[in-house]
Ligand binder design. Sequence first.
Ligand code: SF4
Length: 399
Amino acid sequence: MRQALSYLALSGCEQETLIKAWEQRFDLPCKDRREGKEILRKIEEEIRAIPLPLHPLAEQKGHEKKSRPVERILIERGVLHHPRAERILSHFPGVGVEEITHYKDIFRRSTDGRRTLILAEKKGKLLYPGAPVCQNFGNRYFFYASQIMNCIFDCEYCYLKGMYPSDAMVVFLNLEDYFEELRELLSEHPVYLCLSYDTDLLALEAWTSFLHEWSGFIKEHPSLSVEIRTKSAYTGFYEKEKPLENLIFAYTLSPKSIVSTYESGAPSLSSRLTAVKKAMEKGFPVRLCFDPVLYCEDWQTIYGVFLDEVMETVDFGRVKDVSAGVFRIPHPYLRQMRKQTPHSAAAQYPYRNEGGVACYETALEEEIRQFFIQKLTKKIGNDKIFWWKTQGNCDKVDT
Ligand code: SF4
């Protein structure tokens, strides 16, 4: 109940009026625990019907809306003289650098508010099987790698807030070890690899050059297919590099009001669309991602206007495919995210728990899905739309 009430407060509803109405309607206080549970279920259902607000409450409370600059750099002793470390450090003249033994000593706890960058070496396993809440686009051998942990942007709904104990950005420098592990996998079967789930690699390319290095590896391995998920407006990569069929740039696009309310520090919709057009113009395969779709106030109008703008701006004949899905997050991550961001309506919304995944009501998810499919199929075939479904197989490719 406390959880539901905290969402009510953030959603801008008349909390007192609603509580009074419930007291009368349900004849509160309730008689026993059983009746209380039933009433709570009904109240939760009502609160779930209240959409996310689009007025930037976070901004009113003084939260930073721009991406934060790096204020402190920590570097593991073992990679002090690594050429990639030297290259990265050259981009941050004037930022204090401290030596550490192991990144985990720092990463286990939250930082003191300063944007911290950690340069480290990743040991042990480097490639993981794709998570069940992510789409595999029909690829049987779906893996992901976390070469950088945490993101330069600060989207309120980001699962990273629930996944990591710290917001420090950890950059692993030992690319060769990733390549080695990948070579072993590729000797057994093709691989579909998502490289940019736990960060935005393209947004960091100007100072890491990691994509440049990956590009060389990907070119030599045609049975490897790599997806780079991004919200970045950086187009320098497309100017400098040659396109590859098996290197896909997956742009997450959101309506303007969602960007300004919930995607702190991330580029505007128009900058992302400019980057999409540049990538396509230079021949890079582009995937459009409408994911996560948020249940926000007046969502049909907000997303309708947005889809019209995207469909007018982008040449869908050149889009590789479309990925879409409503917001969902593993339930344990949501718990942690709620603690970290008590001011966020996106985190405090009373999601349903479906087999360990926090998500919207099935009927709402289906309504949003139908709305998107109807719009998108005017521009692109069913076979190129991948919609994530909470019910059934998480990687279901079904339109
Ligand atoms: S861009 Fe993606 S990874 Fe970065 S904060 Fe936003 S949702 Fe998270």
